[in-house]
Design a protein around this ligand. Structure first.
Ligand code: ADP
Length: 457
């Protein structure tokens, strides 16, 4: 590997926290071999036994939420309160998986006259789990829990932006599960790339579309199974008859929360002409009142961006939009004299699809508004994207809202609300926002393969 160490930087100060050693090829091979050696025994345990161990992990996440919260805020900058909340919610995620697994993994006994078939959901074997940094505990949990409960063993590679959070997650699972069931490797793209080509059976990934495509190709060598949750460019449609205060509030929080580094969020807004002025004024007020600063400062609404590179990309999208005729209503700059990777909350209007910021993932604190004449135009623009993760529609006419929602090519759509759905439904992206899905009974089954044994009575 060319990269020997990850320079783990605190994005609020620009200072080095720690140099974290990248795994070598030999160490990755060893991690895969350890996972392989542990798999059969792990799968042979009963579901109740595996569930009990995972429940112990859930408890430990709650116990350690402040400690892990601090690691997250230090490494990637998010608000400490959100970091603690995210860690606490991991326990909920694990418990939900334990509950759903009772149905997802139960052996089905089917019969047709005197023919009998046992339908088993068998683990795939060794699963590589590769995750991003923006929700550094909940994203890994969403893949680790279903992989493990189904009887797979894993090699886990956290994002190079959050190696210490990754280590803390590994330590909890490793403490409560048999040796070799979870294995940790550290590093960036080279380590990930080596891992996906190694002797594994499945790759479960949350991250960018570009890397998702690399993984899909790599999986082809041995027809490894894959689950990919990729990015989005979530549209928000605001019709003339929407509750504009509610919509503006959602637009601001959806676009700026977690410093805009959220895959299911608000990434481009289409507002109908008659509502546009009032909506834009409300949004502008919200953006101007959105305070940024250290994640430990309880009076701020967002922390820094995760890295200098990330901030440079967002600033370049804003700059390009302004150059091509967009109006910068507020923000748009990096504060001077600050060593952290902060950026002002930003509002851009007069946008159209000729601007990069309306097409590419931004992952930064920008609210982007385009005016549209008709509902049809809004739907057409919403669907004019290779992505299809989340979307929202805002109108007081619920029937119309639902009709529009049904035309939107996204996996998760909210009408007058975010994408929060009834529990037990999957987390899913359509088009190039994903392949497969996670969460839910069917989501757990993605980490298994059905096997049938048939006989006559
Ligand atoms: P993000 O920047 O949102 O984290 P990426 O897709 O770049 O999105 O990274 C997500 C995860 O994928 C990280 O853990 C990263 O190290 C890993 N990764 C990046 N490139 C590759 C690659 N070529 N093969 C495997 N994993 C990779």
């Amino acid at each position: 590997m060319k990269l020997k160490y990850i320079n783990n930087i605190n994005p609020a100060t620009g200072k080095l926290i720690k140099k974290v050693k990248c795994s070598t090829e030999k160490e990755i091979d060893k991690a895969v071999a350890n996972a392989r050696a542990a798999q059969k025994k792990w799968a042979a345990l009963s579901l109740a036994q595996r569930s009990k161990m995972l429940e112990a992990c859930a408890k430990d996440f709650v116990k350690q939420k402040e400690k892990i919260g601090r690691i997250i805020t230090d490494e990637m900058g998010k608000l400490y309160k959100s970091a603690v909340g995210e860690t606490h919610a991991v326990a909920y995620g694990i418990r939900e998986t334990i509950e759903q697994a009772k149905t997802a993994l139960a052996v089905e006994n089917l019969q047709e006259e005197n023919l009998r078939t046992e339908l088993h959901r068998t683990p795939l074997g060794v699963c590589a789990i590769i995750t991003p940094w923006n929700f550094p505990v909940s994203m890994p949990e969403s893949l680790l829990s279903p992989a493990l409960i189904a009887g797979n063993t894993v090699v886990f590679k956290p994002s190079e932006m959050v190696p210490l959070t990754g280590k803390a997650i590994f330590d909890i699972f490793n403490k409560h599960l048999p040796k070799g069931v979870i294995n940790l490797v550290q590093g960036a793209d080279e380590v990930g790339n080596y891992l996906i080509h190694s002797n594994i059976d499945m790759i479960a990934f949350v991250g960018s579309q570009a890397v998702g495509k690399i993984i899909m190709k790599a999986a082809g060598d041995k027809l490894k199974r894959i689950v990919l949750e990729l990015g989005g460019k979530d549209p928000m449609i605001v019709l003339n008859d929407a509750d504009l205060e509610k919509a503006a509030n959602f637009a601001v929080n959806g676009s700026l929360r977690n410093t805009g580094q959220v895959c299911v969020s608000v990434e481009r807004i289409y507002v109908q002409e008659k509502a546009a002025d009032k909506f834009t004024t409300l949004v502008a007020n919200g953006v101007k009142n959105f305070k940024y600063g250290s994640g430990y400062d309880e009076s701020v609404h967002m922390g820094p961006l995760v890295s200098e590179r990330q901030r440079a990309n967002v600033l370049s999208q804003v700059k390009e939009a302004v150059k091509k005729g967009a109006k910068l209503v507020t923000g748009g700059k990096a504060p001077k004299g600050n060593k952290g990777f902060f950026m002002e909350p930003t509002l851009l209007t007069n946008l159209s699809h000729k601007h990069r910021i309306m097409n590419e993932e931004t992952f930064g604190p920008v609210v982007a508004i385009q005016k549209v004449k008709t509902e049809d135009e809004a739907v057409k623009l919403a669907n004019d994207s290779p992505f299809g993760l989340g979307a929202t529609v805002w109108t007081k006419n619920k029937k119309k809202g639902l009709a529009i929602a049904r035309k939107i090519e996204s996996g998760m759509i909210g009408v007058n609300q975010g994408i929060g759905s009834v529990s037990g439904t999957p987390w899913v992206g359509v088009k190039q926002s994903g392949y497969g899905y996670i969460g839910s009974i069917d989501g757990i089954r993605q980490f298994t393969v059905p096997r049938k044994i048939s006989y006559r009575k």
